[in-house]
Design a protein around this ligand. Sequence first.
Ligand code: 5GP
Length: 112
Amino acid sequence: MTIFEKIVRRDIPADIVWEDDDVLAFRDVNPQAPVHVLIVPKRVVSRLAEATPADEALLGKLLLASRAVAEKLDLVTSGYRVVINNGPDAGESVPHLHLHLLGKRPLAWPPG
Ligand code: 5GP
């Protein structure tokens, strides 16, 4: 079981900022920006590269959840970034699909 599954099951604590039936959003334990929220599906998909057409609706829900979190945390005017790390070169460290939502500071481009 991944650490994110344990958070979804409330087996370990997290600072949860938003939730619906399919998606949970909570603050990253090692934030890279003043706002750094992880948005995860409650049903495990390992990573974007493992998603299938059966996950189409869930993928859409994750993006719409990022919009809802951005509104809730007052990021809409200042802007924000949504990132998915897939595989070793991207630095993926938890094999449970997650969106990073980053904001409340200027974010460099291209990313490192
Ligand atoms: P990845 O590197 O896989 O894209 O992102 C995994 C993220 O999960 C990292 O930013 C890391 O700080 C975060 N993370 C790892 N373990 C925990 C945890 O137990 N709780 C929370 N809230 N975040 C975690």
